[in-house]
Write a protein that binds this ligand. Structure first.
Ligand SMILES: [Zn+2]
Length: 249
């Protein structure tokens, strides 16, 4: 028997299905990832029309059956549609990258209201910030922690030194730092300056509700997007390529 469930959800992917329907992937607050069909959404006067665009935050009523792969959306109220992101090519790829990461990294059965609220806050931050790239870095760093491999950016993992005037190596496999004195330079390619590291440390402890206010001068010696994606790759054990970042990377 199908039951009717009601949940807040982000539309993270949507494709047209036949003439009038749509298949959407929802990241829901109460039930995790849900794949569902919205029948007749392209028909005139459909109550679902315009509500199931990618990036929309909706309140959905879904006919749900555990054994079914595709659930059925019966009602969707639009809560937020983030027009300032959708119309801005300086913002959109970063928001889509976050949605893509959720689709590729979070296990379909995984449910976590706190994490859902965090993700919504990140999308809001992208609509508000002057530097959407910083919000993506923040998300990547927090996602690593959430998945259980929080990098230790505090001290050298060998000698526990905390002062890195000459720079420091970040070891992807270890998720930690190795200072110049402890490192065999030939082996460790990813060198951070003191400024790079202090910025990452600041990011790691910055309150998420204010991340859109964080201003930075940039001028970093490494590309944090690549570094943090590589870090996720190493710890997830499978390659992660983000289609949404192709236009900006
Ligand atoms: Zn050391």
């Amino acid at each position: 028997m199908a039951e009717m469930i009601k949940t807040k959800a982000l539309v993270i992917h949507s494709i047209r299905w036949h003439e009038t329907s749509k298949i959407v992937t929802l990241f829901s607050r109460e039930f995790g990832l849900i794949k569902a069909i919205a029948r007749g959404v392209f028909r005139k006067n459909s109550p679902l029309a315009g509500r199931l665009e990618t990036l929309n935050l909706i309140l959905a009523i879904i006919s749900f059956k555990e054994t079914r792969e595709l659930q059925i959306i019966t009602t969707a109220d639009l809560l937020e549609s983030f027009p300032s992101i959708k119309s801005d090519w300086q913002r959109l790829p970063y928001a889509l990258a976050i949605l893509e990461l959720i689709q590729k990294v979070i296990h379909p059965a995984h449910k976590d209201k706190v994490f859902f609220d965090f993700v919504v806050q990140m999308i809001r931050a992208i609509s508000l910030t002057k530097t959407p790239l910083v919000v993506l870095w923040y998300f990547l760093l927090k996602l690593s922690s959430y998945l259980g491999f929080k990098p230790d950016l505090d001290q050298c993992s060998i000698c526990q030194k905390k002062n890195f005037k000459d720079g420091v190596f970040f070891i992807l496999q270890k998720g930690g730092l190795v200072c110049m004195d402890c490192a065999n330079q030939a082996l460790h390619q990813l060198k951070l300056t003191e400024y790079d590291l202090s910025f990452l440390q600041k990011l790691q402890t910055f309150p998420y509700k204010k991340i859109h206010e964080l201003d930075t001068k940039f001028g970093f010696s490494v590309d944090f997007t690549t570094m943090l994606l590589q870090y996720l790759n190493v710890h997830l054990g499978h390659p992660l390529r983000l289609e949404s970042l192709k236009m900006i990377l």
